[in-house]
Ligand binder design. Structure first.
Ligand code: ATP
Length: 363
């Protein structure tokens, strides 16, 4: 993998307020990276600093081995797409796409051919003579993408490009953008607050919170091996149970002892920890089963979600704590489960993740 973009110790303050704190990140050539985080975590500011639209308070950025930290936007090598399309309404679609090429004083014939190529690439070969106002939101965003790619930039920056679109168009466009990105092999950074978008599109996800990077990882690492309770909770659904490490190495949750520590690790007796389990991590057992490592409770609420049923379970011995469990249709029918049913949920040690008091994952 070739290093393409290197972000070193970036800090940013607006007045006295720090919004990015010591951000370090390396992005490789051809990668698609998503910046994911809640509103206000600093992801757009970081993207804008990479674009030169905002100036960092400290730190450096290198692109393709060249320090670009202080270059103005027009001397940087990127194309950008914004949430709001930002097409020029008075120009035709063809002129919008040609914009960067015209600025670079490319010849007319070259421009015409490149525009035709790009419009075909984004699936709108016959739209050149139209004006943006005559296109749907999804079509306008495709044109914005064509415009961003016109000069064959080394880096493609996407700032919440799908947020303004309706759900069906979003899903289709996210597949299209990902396919296009892979076909062109263009290094891409996309800002999003939509976890599904990030999980489905990215090679790697950068999860941000309060101006710091909480974790950098592949979608499955972020989902299955979250580095912090914040990541566990922000991406997907999480059950988080406060617990204590017992002398015998078991984990005490309320009145229940669970064997879920794998091997010998840094857990010391008496340490306070949090157990993390996804709703799909439980295994349903019959109510008469005597197997250990089982949480026994009652189904309080059920939500039918098509492929599975999400149930809230009031667990005995957990002082009112409700757990979320995703049960398959087969579980529901095999065990005859409905609201109010008793339910036994086995906890498999290898599915449990454990966070220490310092918020770092210890298993
Ligand atoms: P969102 O998804 O809501 O855009 P974000 O994660 O992209 O959120 P940023 O837009 O980067 O967050 O903003 C980070 C913080 O910096 C916010 O608290 C925001 O209010 C603040 N901020 C952003 N731009 C400016 C500015 N020009 N002047 C002052 N504060 C700003």
């Amino acid at each position: 993998m070739t290093e393409y973009l290197r972000i070193d110790a970036i800090h940013k303050q607006f007045g006295a307020t720090p919004v990015l704190k010591d951000v370090n990140l390396t992005i490789f050539k051809g990668e698609m990276v998503c910046f994911l985080g809640p509103s206000g975590c600093g992801k757009t500011t970081l993207l804008r600093i990479i674009a030169g639209l905002e100036t960092q308070s400290a730190g450096t950025i290198a692109q393709a081995g060249k320090d670009i930290s202080n270059l103005p936007p027009m001397l940087r090598d990127y194309g950008i797409v914004f949430q709001s399309y930002a097409l020029f309404p008075n120009l035709t679609v063809a002129d919008n796409v040609a914009y960067g090429l015209t600025n670079r004083k490319a010849g007319r014939a070259v421009i015409r051919q490149r525009v035709a190529e790009l419009l075909t690439l984004v699936g709108l070969p016959d739209s050149g003579a139209k004006h943006p106002g005559q296109l749907s939101g999804g079509q306008q965003q495709r044109i914005a993408l064509a415009r961003a790619l016109a000069t064959s930039p080394g880096l493609l920056l996407l700032d919440e490009p799908l947020s303004a679109l309706d759900a069906r168009v979003r899903v289709r466009l996210r597949q299209e953008i990902r396919q296009l990105q892979q076909r062109l092999g263009v290094t891409t950074i996309m800002v999003t607050h939509d976890q599904e978008e990030a999980l489905s599109m990215a090679d790697r996800i950068v999860v941000m919170n309060h101006g710091v990077i909480e974790q950098i990882g592949t979608p499955s690492e972020i989902y299955r091996e979250p580095a912090t309770p914040f990541v566990a909770d922000f991406v997907g659904k999480a059950n988080m149970l406060p617990a204590t490490v017992r002398d015998d190495g078991a984990i005490q949750v309320g009145d229940i002892g669970l064997q879920c520590v794998r091997g010998r690790n840094a857990l010391t007796s008496g340490a306070r920890v949090s157990l993390f389990l996804r709703p799909e991590d439980f295994v349903v057992r019959g109510v008469d089963a005597q197997a250990g490592n089982t949480l026994r409770g009652r189904i309080e609420k059920m939500e039918f979600l098509g492929a599975f049923c999400r149930v809230s379970v009031q667990v005995d011995g957990l002082a009112g704590t409700e757990l979320l469990a995703d049960l398959s249709y087969h579980d529901m029918t095999e065990f005859g489960l409905q609201q109010g049913s008793p339910l036994n949920l086995a906890v498999l040690g290898d599915r449990v993740r454990i966070f220490g008091e310092d918020q770092r994952r210890v298993q």
